[in-house]
Ligand binder design. Sequence first.
Ligand code: NAP
Ligand code: COA
Length: 258
Amino acid sequence: MGRYDGKTVFVAGASSGINLAIAREFGLEGARVSIVSRSAEKIASAAADLRAEGVDVVGYDCDVRDHARLEEVFAEAHKRFGPIDVLVSGAAGNFLAPAFKMSANAFKTVVDIDLLGTFNVFHASFEHLRKPGAALIAITAGQAVHPMAFQVHACAAKAGVNMVVKCLALEWGPAGIRVNGISPGPIADTEGMIRLAADPEAEARLKNKLALRDYGTKDDVAKAALYLASEDAHYVTGTILNVDGGNDLGDASANCLP
Ligand code: NAP
Ligand code: COA
């Protein structure tokens, strides 16, 4: 018996990495899962991998910047699996670029995927959510609260994502919908960390700054999503849960206990 038997879960940006791990974890716990991403090929391959593990899953190609396509996909997913119990919005893009060299379109692209995309996913889902009872989760990042050089686009976008979480938690709470965020720290074996700390020296420096001195795993984030979506979290809304090894606490490299 799975903890999510009979539940329906929808994960946006789930062809790889953390979001795919979240979709997998819910699926292995018995949920019927819909996953979307831009690339038809990548999402079909991710869905096939999950199916091979026994997950009842359907994949749709859908760019979260395209509200009309999201409306179509939510309608199809609803028809197939019923109202959505758990909705995870995690599509994102990032790259390191100095602000003065970044084009306006580069800034806009990341804001459109991360921030507008999160709004679009939540907004287009509204009529397809189980009410009362749906749990919405945005995947945000430490960039939302800690300014970082060469990431003005991602910092601005994720700061906005945190506000979308809090505003919708306020507005949609009376309909019985909870809205929360998860802020992962550096997570091993992900595209995000390949882009932000590509070489072993950068990785070692970063790990040494973390209170827990190591990267997290995709499963660490997936397990937090399982908690936030569960009955155990029925009084939790509008919060951002850090799953970050202490990253939010600041540089812990000088802290060496005897
Ligand atoms: P990832 O594997 O690249 O995941 C990003 C996903 O978003 C991919 O499945 C990608 O698939 C999809 N995507 C990108 N643009 C899209 C669009 N316009 N419409 C729909 N789907 C889109 O990266 P990750 O490192 O696992 O990151 C996942 C999430 O965790 C992100 O929200 C990221 O900000 C957050 N996060 C990651 C870390 C980390 O350590 N990795 C730390 C903090 C926060 P397609 O290419 O097929 O579209
Ligand atoms: N440095 C500076 N500018 C960059 C860049 C980089 N590394 N990569 C892309 N850009 C610019 C492009 O030059 C373009 O601007 P321009 O029109 O002024 O030349 C703009 O960003 C859009 O690029 P494009 O490739 O058309 O966007 P896209 O929508 O196809 O892809 C990205 C989105 C750029 C975010 C791409 O990196 C991506 O698909 N990322 C998803 C995976 C990911 O980032 N995972 C980690 C999640 S944290």
